[in-house]
Design a protein around this ligand. Sequence first.
Ligand code: GLP
Length: 242
Amino acid sequence: MDLQVVGDYREMSELGAKIVSETIQEKKNAVLGLATGSTPEGMYARLVEKYRRGDLDFKSVVTFNLDEYVGLAPDHPQSYHYYMKRNLFDHVNLDPVNISIPTSSSDETLEEACRQFDKKIEHAGGIDLQLLGIGVNGHIGFNEPAPYLKTATHLVELAQETIEANSRFFQSKEEVPRKAVTMGLGSIMAADKILLLANGKNKAPAVRDSFSGLVSTETPASLLQLHRKVTIVIDREAASLL
Ligand code: GLP
């Protein structure tokens, strides 16, 4: 595990963007696993800047998003479809056919959609670099703390802590969807490289529990300690309990 503690959010975003850029520069048709949330926004902004300067080309890059709420239309401002358009897709030359986000369609067809999503990752040759944030409860994607974790893409009930944490993006707590679709631990752990970003004091307990040398499904991010090429880029506040 390569742990990089940086001074602040700006430095975290810059180092994150550098690592993603290197992956794309080394392999034009890199397969990226993308994350959402407030954490990677600064990193996406820097990737867009690099693209505008002509330092990055997304033409052949393939992307798979980690997760999506169930019940929000793709044009809902809090959907992850919309987030990705706003932060990255609308600003770079990614080919829309190379973009995949787990579906948010009705529960009935969801199981099949999840299976297809995993097949698509497999056909793409797996993920070269998986980006991750971390939830205050140690979740990755929407893999919430539980006695067992699922390997495949699946439907989840969001944990109370997650609903509370994400309510800051909605008018009220009641508006936060209760369900989501998330990539499972299988595709995440099968990625060639993993990059996890975290910043701020509120992430310090999750960071401590995830990278302390113990592994538990009750702290899903702790499983990343078993991956061979994981880089953790965190600011001083998120590292304060390590
Ligand atoms: C969200 C997402 C995660 C994200 C995490 C942290 O619920 N499903 O992929 O990493 O919670 O979000 P933030 O970066 O806004 O703190």
